[in-house]
Design a protein around this ligand. Structure first.
Ligand code: SF4
Ligand code: SF4
Ligand code: SF4
Length: 311
């Protein structure tokens, strides 16, 4: 992958390679933007490569053709960005990695973080090397929850693939987290979400990290709007979250980034997975699977969906 990135920059085919670099500690990576071929060695690929880097793609493509390192789940965001005319397919070179799963940082709770030397994939999970030796954390504990239900053997869109396709054996249903919610009465569900949204500090980290939240100006930032107050309260928080869920419906690819970055631990993926399930049941498709299909909720077909106002 480093060699390919170097060649792309040397030939001038791309202006930048967006990838993962070493973070502030061995158990962290950070997004990096490589513009010089001699810097391609800074790219890394290991279980700490958690971020969905496609959130940077629109801005990068405005400066010229860009290459990007993606996991199979993140590649689905590229399909959505193409479908929604946010980027052109020809403006991006997709370097698609084979991915066994990414690190769930909570899995390191019992390890002295100052002592961690490296984090690597292991056949039964993730291997953490410390001064004291090697600890193998089993897959069901080591990997992010989205990885436990991952069905993607390889990237659904790519220019160059690295590594072999992964044989997947999901150990949980992708809708496992919403089964309990679906059993609740509407008033119980409402109370559940009111409790969750009461904790939201409206830092908007969930919005900033989402590749599907790409409006130039979010409606919540418009000075004249009165739906979402500047101060936090349950009603305004509620309005923000349900509007965001509606706006990302049909384009949310369940990368889990919004939930991962939430400082208040709000279970946003329950909302996202419910919306994905509804969209699948109503329209028969899931975001990020078909680059040729028109945007699910951005298409209006008068033949199949007649406008009663015109009658
Ligand atoms: S969901 Fe699948 S592709 Fe995405 S990080 Fe987990 S294992 Fe990798
Ligand atoms: S990241 Fe969490 S706390 Fe911040 S706005 Fe989103 S839900 Fe609220
Ligand atoms: S709403 Fe969350 S899970 Fe869905 S695409 Fe955005 S960041 Fe990813």
């Amino acid at each position: 992958m480093r060699q390919k990135a170097k060649e792309l920059l040397e030939s001038g085919e791309v202006k930048v390679v967006i990838g993962y670099g070493q973070g502030s500690a061995p158990f962290k990576s950070t997004p990096i933007f490589i513009e010089k071929p001699e810097d391609a060695h800074k790219l890394i690929w290991n279980p700490t490569c958690v971020n969905n880097l496609t959130v940077y793609l629109r801005d990068a493509c405005r400066q010229g053709k860009a290459a990007i390192v993606v996991k199979p789940c993140d590649a689905r965001s590229i399909i959505e960005l193409i479908r929604e005319n946010q980027i052109e397919r020809d403006d991006v070179v997709i370097l698609a990695m084979s991915c066994p799963g990414v690190l769930n940082l909570d899995a390191l709770a019992e390890i002295d973080l100052a002592d961690v030397k490296s984090v690597e994939w292991h056949q039964s999970g993730i291997a953490i090397k410390t001064n004291a030796g090697e600890t193998i954390i089993p897959s069901e504990k080591a990997f992010a929850s989205k990885c436990l239900s991952c069905e993607l053997a390889e990237s659904p869109i790519a220019d160059k693939k690295f590594g072999e396709p992964i044989e997947r054996h999901p150990i949980r249903s992708k809708y496992a987290d919403i089964e309990e919610l679906e059993k609740m009465l509407p008033k119980e569900r409402r109370a559940y979400w009111a409790r969750q949204f009461a904790r939201c500090i409206r830092c908007y980290a969930c919005r900033s990290v989402c590749p599907g939240c790409y409006c130039k100006e979010c409606f919540t930032d418009k000075p004249c709007q009165l739906w979402v107050l500047r101060s936090t309260d349950v009603e305004s928080n509620w309005f923000f979250h349900f509007s965001r869920a509606m706006h990302t419906a049909g384009r949310c690819i369940a990368c889990g980034e919004c939930e991962r970055v939430c400082p208040m631990g709000i279970p946003l993926m329950r909302l996202n997975q419910k919306m994905r399930k509804e969209v699948r049941e109503m329209f028969g498709e899931e975001a990020g699977t078909n680059p040729e299909a028109p945007p699910t909720l951005g298409t209006f077909d008068l033949k199949n969906d007649p406008d009663p106002c015109s009658e």
